[in-house]
Design a binder for this molecule. Sequence first.
Ligand SMILES: [Zn+2]
Length: 235
Amino acid sequence: MTDGPVLLLSCEHASNRIPDEYRHLFHGCGSLIASHRGYDPGALACARAIGRRLRAPLIAASCSRLLVDLNRSPGHPALFSALTRTLPRKEKDRVLTRYYHPHRARVERWVEARITAGHRVVHVAVHSFTPVLDGVTRKADIGLLYDPARRVEAALCQRWRAALQESGSGSLTVRRNYPYRGASDGLTRYLRTRFPASRYAGIELEINHGRLRGNADQEQLAATLAATLRQSLRK
Ligand SMILES: [Zn+2]
């Protein structure tokens, strides 16, 4: 066993698939489903490319956040979208059982097994964000989200940001806890309640999807992200 942490990638907003049994709820919503409100465009391809380069497993969701948002906790007002919020309780429970809990449980079990085996785990949840939200242009290419109260996470993100800025991709603007705060509701926040800071570091990688428009963009950025993450994990 090496001293370094083991890496897990996940992608909660990988897909905009609506399972057949729920299609009737989404009539006339094609453009919504295709938009960033339906999924994180480019995130899955980028996560796969990072995983290939670092030989890290990837656990990716297979349904749209418009059905149920895997990055929100049970009870959160945005767990269900405007299109699924009015479903009867029983039907919501069914959605949770079939599409929500399996992904969250897979990630949790993977982390738990590695920690039980004596490893430290770095979990990077890969997301993308829309360049312009409600008329406001986001001023970053990459956001690294973490809990400032967890020193291992803060230090890792500091190293990763520095490595990205020194990587020769000088045009990349990398910000910490932007465009969201890492301590906000999400899968990593939940896992922090399950595992100690000394064993588990949960980072959300937020990529401006203006940077992920073509396959070449995705590959190039993934190569840079993977190389700099590898470098940051070594220290
Ligand atoms: Zn996301």
